[in-house]
Design a protein around this ligand. Structure first.
Ligand code: ATP
Ligand code: MG
Length: 324
């Protein structure tokens, strides 16, 4: 089965064709990062206008080697995300599905992030512990089966990616912050500064706002600090908390594997540390499948379709959609 996936929840306009939920036939992503970089973050109105300009050419590119008649369904992100951006994707998906008489599947963006792990030529073993670390979310859940999730913990304030972005801003490293901090940390010493870790004992929740504030205070109070050392210490603190709490939860729940996903899953220190410190196998997608893309949406749609699920024409966006 071939599905066209469409993703416009934030600042990437993306379309992809995926076969049988595992083989990527095309995967086109138009990033708006350069447009938003001058504002230091995403401007929602600018994002939705840009999606309008790019969505049709991006879909045409993704469909360059696939005939419309060969498609089995259209999968589109309905949330969580920016309302104006989501509307662009959902409306174009509806128009295409109607014109070509194809089933329409509304997909949760976070579930899409998890399914990026199915696009690497291997089927994850379930139950698996999933850690989603992205720009807007940090969620820990047990995936027992397709569409069967047990929520365990989430961030109580900033998401992990959001913390990377805000600290990069404090350090003047630019936007998006994750790759910038990772790069700066390469030239820094992570042992010189001891930054706080919020363990929230007895809970699988996370918290990163105290760490972000500690970085701000440090930079304000101690002039002349090396941004590289601060970046390295900050990255070390985030990774330490994410890895320690995830491994503890996985052992407690007898999970078979740990599945990492979301934009922060592209971070090399996080990938290495989790693989080294986990007694269980750890899976993570290739970096280009960690950040927003439509292949993960098409893949998730495939498993929905296999369960015989399709959505009605009045499918709507859900900007605050939760996974569970
Ligand atoms: N190498 C990296 N190290 C750390 N963080 C990274 C890295 N690469 C990307 N990120 C972070 O990942 C986030 C982007 O991920 P993603 O595209 O999944 O987020 P989003 O789609 O905006 O949010 P969400 O998925 O929660 O709706 C940004 O916060 C970015 O800084
Ligand atoms: Mg995302």
């Amino acid at each position: 089965m071939k599905l066209l996936g469409i993703e416009t929840s934030c600042d990437e306009t993306a379309a992809a064709v995926v076969q049988d939920g595992r083989e990527i036939l095309s995967n086109i992503v138009a990033s708006q990062v350069d447009i938003h970089a001058r504002y230091g973050g995403i401007v929602p109105e600018v994002a939705s206008r840009q999606h309008l300009l790019t969505v049709i050419p991006i879909i045409q590119q993704a469909m360059a080697h696939t005939r419309w008649n060969d498609l089995d369904a259209i999968a589109v992100t309905i949330g969580p995300g920016l309302a104006g951006s989501l509307l662009v994707g959902v409306n174009i998906a509806k128009a295409i599905a109607l014109a070509h008489r194809l089933p329409l599947l509304g997909i949760n963006h976070l579930e899409g992030h998890i399914y990026a792990n199915w696009l690497e030529g291997r089927e994850p073993d379930l139950p698996s512990l999933c850690l989603i670390v992205s720009g807007g979310h940090t969620e820990l859940l047990l995936m027992r089966g397709h569409r069967d999730y047990l929520p365990l913990g989430r961030t109580r304030d900033d998401a992990a990616g959001e913390a990377f972005d805000k600290v990069a801003r404090i350090l003047g490293l630019g936007y998006p912050g994750g790759p910038a901090i990772e790069q700066a940390a390469l030239g820094g010493n992570s042992t010189l500064l001891r930054l706080p870790r919020a363990w929230i004992r007895g809970s699988d929740d996370f918290s990163f706002s105290g760490l972000k504030t500690a970085v701000l205070r440090l930079v304000e109070e101690r002039k002349g600090l090396s941004p590289n050392d601060v970046a390295a210490s900050f990255q070390e603190a985030v990774v330490d908390v994410l890895v320690t709490k995830t491994v503890e939860a996985a052992l407690k729940l007898n999970a078979r594997q740990i599945i990492l996903s979301g934009g922060v899953a592209a971070n090399r220190l996080l990938r290495q540390a989790l693989s080294q410190r986990s007694p269980l196998p750890v899976l993570f997608p290739s970096p280009f499948l960690c950040t927003d893309n439509a292949a993960m949406i098409a893949c998730c749609g495939y498993f929905r379709l296999k369960q015989g699920k399709a959505d009605p024409w009045h499918l709507d966006i859900a900007p605050n959609l939760r996974l569970v």
